[in-house]
Ligand binder design. Structure first.
Ligand code: PLP
Length: 428
């Protein structure tokens, strides 16, 4: 289906249909399915037939969304889950056992940082965090014999640093572990990490894929481009006693990782996406390309305005020439830098609070990827659980404001920000 451009895939990749079926793929609100032949059901349980048996493991509406995401990201398959956190957990639980190790960037979303540094530690999976601008040698030095994945974000939330995907992909390849990229902020419209060597892509679909602030969800996409038979991943290669000795690699070939993610992690841990949420996401994908264009255009205008404002001390936005990762943005985000900006407000945290109270239509909200402009103060919200030292390592300074630039008229967004900034009673 690669013969079509991404914009066409967003709108038209939605479903296969039979004669006379509904134009929009419906919500199949059913936990279970009908069968005529008991041998067919047995074959489903043995993974010999590809069909639906129980909606914890798969559902037709969810499958449409999964196929769309795999197509848009250029992967061989996808599993939709109940949240972005569940997507990261699924990847880790599919690759790591107790005693294993992960390498991750220090600039990750606060929830992912807590998951890796605290929750996984409690079940015996430890993570070494490394700054994205470290040298190749410094990054390589973080890997151990028991390292099972390298976890990164295309655009760091909220630092807005753009990943040098080819650099980290080359390191991961040399270290023989899969490169996992959280592509939530970029979306496949702005960047497709698998094309640059990533092996697994995850999303919090709660953000731009939805775009309306209605559903929490996530997805894992398998690039199908990693050699699992390198001695480090026996669970993907050796016989699985819970499926009568089946080998995922022998049976599912390049889709081994995603097959095990569904039949093992989703089956056992149960972080399922509902059919209703998948239906909403299928609608969201139809306008993803248009929204990401407008988010990016508006955010660049707002970033330029903020850069010149007397009450703003600094601005991080990928497509600004002043961005520390501008070269990466030009290479990996040629269509735009997405909708999120991090900026420092003169007067620090107190001025930040005053500023948010001064806003007219822009709302204070713990969200991003929404069509409606909103903002928050990461140090006291999304990154609150981190120590001040870890906050700073993640690029979160006390004076930082994270704004999700929506798809309204850019001049109105700028006017609201300007009037709220001008009212500040900050001392210079
Ligand atoms: C980059 C990124 N990854 C993952 C997550 C977690 O996603 P969710 O809130 O859907 O669990 C978030 C949430 O803000 C995020 O921004």
């Amino acid at each position: 289906m690669k013969k079509y451009e991404l914009e066409t895939l967003c709108v038209q990749s939605q479903e296969n249909f039979e004669e006379g079926e509904s134009r929009v793929y419906p919500i199949v609100q059913s936990t279970t399915y009908n069968y005529k032949d008991p041998d067919y059901v047995a074959a489903l349980f043995d993974l010999e037939e590809d069909g639906h048996m129980y909606s914890r493991i798969s559902n037709p509406t969810v499958a449409v969304f999964e196929n769309n995401m795999a197509l848009l990201e250029g992967g061989v398959g996808a599993v939709a889950v109940s949240s972005g956190q569940a997507a990261t957990s699924m990847v880790a639980l599919n690759l790591c056992n107790s005693g294993d190790h992960i390498v991750a960037l220090s600039t990750l979303y606060g929830g992912t940082f807590s998951l890796l540094s605290s929750s996984f530690k409690k079940i015996g999976i430890n993570t070494t965090f490394v700054k994205p601008d470290s040298s190749i040698e410094e990054i390589k030095a973080c890997f151990k014999d028991n390292t099972k994945m390298f976890f990164t974000e295309t655009i760091g939330n909220p630092g807005m640093n753009v990943l040098d995907i080819e650099k980290v992909a080359a390191i991961a390849k040399e270290m023989e572990v899969p490169l996992v990229v959280d592509n939530t902020i970029a979306t496949p419209y702005l960047c497709r990490p698998i094309e640059y060597g990533a092996n697994i892509v995850i999303h919090s679909t709660t953000k731009y894929i939805d775009g309306q602030g209605t559903c929490v969800g996530g997805v894992v996409v398998d690039g199908g481009n990693f050699n699992w038979d390198n001695g480090k991943f026996p669970d993907l290669v050796d016989p699985d006693p819970s499926y009568h000795g089946l080998s995922y690699l022998d049976t599912f070939k390049e889709a081994a990782f995603i097959a095990k993610a569904r039949t093992h992690v989703l089956r056992d841990y149960g972080s399922t996406m509902s059919a209703f949420n998948a239906f909403i996401y299928n609608r969201g994908l139809e306008t993803l390309h248009i929204r990401m264009q407008r988010h990016s255009e508006n955010a660049l205008k707002v970033a330029k305005f903020l850069e010149n404002h007397e009450n703003v001390t600094w601005v991080n936005y990928p497509s600004l020439e002043s961005s520390e990762t501008y070269e990466q943005a030009k290479k990996y985000l040629p269509k735009g830098g997405s909708g999120m900006i991090l900026f420092g407000i003169k007067g620090g945290a107190e001025a930040g609070k005053e500023f948010t109270r001064n806003l007219e239509f822009i709302k204070l909200a713990v969200h991003l990827g929404d069509a409606r402009t909103c903002l928050l103060h990461p140090a006291s919200t999304t990154h609150r659980q981190l120590s001040e030292e870890d906050q700073i390592k993640a690029g979160v300074l006390p004076e930082a404001i994270r704004i999700n630039v929506g798809i309204e008229n850019a001049n109105d967004i700028i006017k609201d920000l300007d009037q709220a900034l001008r009212k500040l009673k900050v001392k210079n």
